[in-house]
Design a protein around this ligand. Sequence first.
Ligand code: DGL
Length: 256
Amino acid sequence: MDDRAIGVFDSGIGGLTVAAEIKKLLPNEKIIYFGDTARVPYGTRGDGIIREYARQDCRFLMKRSVKAIVAACGTVSSVALDAVKEEAAGVPVYGVTLPAAKYAAEKYPRGVVGVIGTPATVESGSYAKLIKSLAPECEVVSAACPLFVPFVESGMTEGEAVELIARGYIAPLGAPDALILGCTHFPLLAPVIARLLPGTELINTGECLARVLASGLERGNGGADEYYVSDVGRGTRELARRIMGGETELITASAE
Ligand code: DGL
């Protein structure tokens, strides 16, 4: 038994989509979450600053003695996972990219897999590299969807405007066998995306990560979760409520 918590961090509150998937599979595990809401978004920033922020987020969790670090953020997992591993000093680090890439590569080794994410994630080619290394014959198509994050943050996850933007981003991908929702916020847009791609399997990165975590982790009974954010901004509580399906106490703390 290891009663220490699982540390989960994200650029903001969107990473609660990943925390929620972990809770579904590992309800007895304590989660300590840090969302860098004061500095979100990361996905439109340069790699250097994303890496620096990711290091700070990781240090925040390391100070609280965790048994694993989860980078829930697609952007951090794509461009800064090596920096997080350095900070974690031997504590196992889980990013969201590998579990989802592995799932897609194993299920569609000769198929077409789409990837949508922030500009940083898509420009890094992280998913395409991982999928190709596991399934060289799999075709990977991708699209950056920078407006999806502000839409979700402002509570707009349905309606004509969202559909119009979604169609513009997704139409160039054709009709892939699967589409990796490569950003914390995108599961909230899944109903709209599913209507645009009726025959495509939508891959939730948090779900894939939770399965990998559950198979590798020494279990424990850690007690009540703790959710820290660097700012409670306009809409932060509402977004947390929507993702977690109820009230979540948010504690304000600075990144380090
Ligand atoms: N958490 C980020 C991600 O999954 C989305 C928000 C941001 O750009 O920081 O890539």
